[in-house]
Design a protein around this ligand. Sequence first.
Ligand SMILES: [Zn+2]
Length: 294
Amino acid sequence: MVCPVCSSDSSQFYLRVKDFTVSTNYFELNRCSECAFIFTKDPPGKDAIGKYYKSNEYISHTDSSKGWMNKVYQLVRNFTILQKIQLLKKYTGLQSGNLLDYGCGTGAFLQHAQHTGWEVTGIEPDEIAMKRASDLTGKQIYAPHELAELPNTAFDVITLWHVLEHVHDLHATIEQFKRILKKHGILVIAVPNHFSWDAKYYQAYWAAYDVPRHLYHFDPVTIDILLSKHGFNRKAIKPMWFDSFYVALLSEKYKQGKSNPLVALFIGLVSNIQAIFQSGTCSSQIYIYKRDIN
Ligand SMILES: [Zn+2]
């Protein structure tokens, strides 16, 4: 399998990881010999991966408030959504504008953005989530293949909140973003970071490997290589402090076979403290890109 970022056909075995949430199958991660990008080797294709999303635990697609973990997840989500909207304002210099959320899930972020004055568009592959997002925003939500039908230079912001690692047509999709983004628009990408302390601590149990749903395992170096191939320059990296705790909660469960919130809290904290002293090493990070246009 060639490297999804640089197309080199030379890569080495990196880690063997189990799908803990759905199939319990094992998948291998490979590391590209040229650009060091880490990717899931031979993942199910676009048409076959659907069944790996069929799980009650895949809570990003539901709004279930059952269980304390889901309750905390939703409280944190509402707080982080407000922070995300502040981020858009800061890096576009706009109070409102045209926003595309690619992989909008059930539409919570779109709804908040809409309430603060943004004109919103959503794209989502899951039909149930799509329907919920459409009900929340009163907007038609598009399927991923409809991205190519959106007009040129239409958006001030495109956001992908933990989505790019799921996208099969990586380069074609980024090219579409380039086409529909305004000249000074921003591309905002949040992804897990295997440079983090929690990734190194949990190794194959690190929940953010999430094979085979996560096709790619980014870090600050390789994501820049990918985006620079499409003419994007990084303007900022923002740590996502809450993700360390959430990923540690799941990872702890995978490793020990049961939840251990206190240990997870401790591991998340250690990871965050480490990331304060070494920038670019938070468990998940938001990358903000702009194009090289004067
Ligand atoms: Zn490569």
